[in-house]
Ligand binder design. Structure first.
Ligand code: IPE
Ligand code: IPE
Ligand code: MG
Length: 254
């Protein structure tokens, strides 16, 4: 490998986090019910997973349904749940075969028993896979995540298992979702909105953000490649100066 391609390979994100937005508008533009857009969006999920497998991206976290999305009209929520259950029943075998480890993050207590059972079974069946760590954020909110981490620490402090002075950033990080993965390097949001919408909050402190007007069902490889190329050209400074990064042997203060 030439030194240039070595550098390029080093700049492929290890962990990609995606807000899959724009399904409803995609359908509305075609004068179709919103659920048709969600169905088309499910196809785009496969485009994204295939891309990660091909490019050697190790972790992919997809925002499928937010804590706030429960407040949508009953018909849409019901349709999404049906779609979700169908996708779980249909896709897990193939993902398992391709070496994908599947996990879910979010408040599961709000899902039906059937969905919870499928989630647990997908996680169990793919536990030993490591080619791609696929995390589906469903009934997930960044605030929910931080809240459940805080509650779990508070329980340990109350029970005398943890001293208050041991509640530091590492302790909080270890109780938030995705603790066992490196934080996302690159965040992509489709659908034109330039906001986080209560997706990962703790974990994206130094994630590179990338937005596109393209609606999620229109997702293609060229768009994902543009995001990767843009990411590869960025300088991630993590609060340091460009000069410090250029001379990494010099002493830096953490
Ligand atoms: C994202 O698409 C999928 C979910 C939130 C479940 P939307 O349904 O938000 O689509 P738009 O933003 O209304 O077009
Ligand atoms: C964020 O999209 C949630 C998902 C894509 C799952 P929303 O469509 O719910 O976000 P807002 O309402 O535009 O902020
Ligand atoms: Mg939306």
């Amino acid at each position: 490998m030439s030194s240039e391609s070595t550098i390029a390979a080093a700049r492929v994100p290890r962990h990609l986090a995606v807000i899959m937005d724009g399904n409803g508008r995609w359908a509305e533009r075609r004068r179709r019910p919103r659920i048709i857009g969600h169905r088309a969006g499910a196809r785009a999920v496969n485009v994204c997973i295939d891309f990660c497998l091909e490019r050697g991206i190790q972790a992919l976290t997809l925002f499928a349904f937010s804590s706030e999305n429960w407040g949508r009209p009953e018909e849409e929520v019901g349709g999404l749940m049906k779609l979700f259950l169908g996708a779980l029943e249909r896709e897990v075998d193939e993902l398992d075969r391709r070496g994908v480890r599947i996990r879910f993050i979010g408040d599961r207590s709000r899902f039906s028993e059937a969905i919870r059972r499928q989630m647990a079974s997908a996680e169990d069946r793919t536990r030993a896979n490591s080619r791609l760590h696929l995390t589906i954020a469903a009934s997930y909110g960044g605030r929910w995540d931080i809240t459940q981490a805080a509650r779990s620490l508070a329980e340990d402090v109350a029970a005398g298992r943890l001293a208050p002075e041991d509640v530091d950033e590492a302790a909080i990080a270890s109780r938030t979702c995705l603790a066992e993965l490196p934080p996302p390097d690159l965040f992509i949001r489709t659908g034109g909105e330039t906001r986080i919408s209560n997706f990962l909050l703790w974990q994206i402190a130094y994630t590179e953000l990338w937005f596109t007007d393209l609606l999620w069902p229109e997702l293609d490889v060229a768009t994902l490649q543009r995001a990767l190329d843009d990411y590869a050209a960025r300088e991630r400074r993590f609060g340091l100066t460009g000069a410090q990064l250029a001379a990494p042997t010099q002493e830096t203060t953490e």
